[in-house]
Design a protein. Structure first.
Length: 48
């Protein structure tokens, strides 16, 4: 395999790893959305 091909493959693998968000990030985003939704429902019900 030529050196350029090996280097390109390594760069591509690094980019794939960098673009993938870890599990804790997804859990934090989903948890924040659920919390925000719950607060919104609470405020709407309290005003009604």
């Amino acid at each position: 395999m030529p050196e350029a091909a090996i280097e390109k493959k390594a760069i591509t693998q690094n980019n794939d790893e960098a673009s993938f968000m870890p599990l804790w990030t997804w859990l934090a985003i989903i948890g924040g959305a659920v919390l925000l939704g719950g607060v919104t429902v609470f405020i709407i019900k309290r005003r009604a």
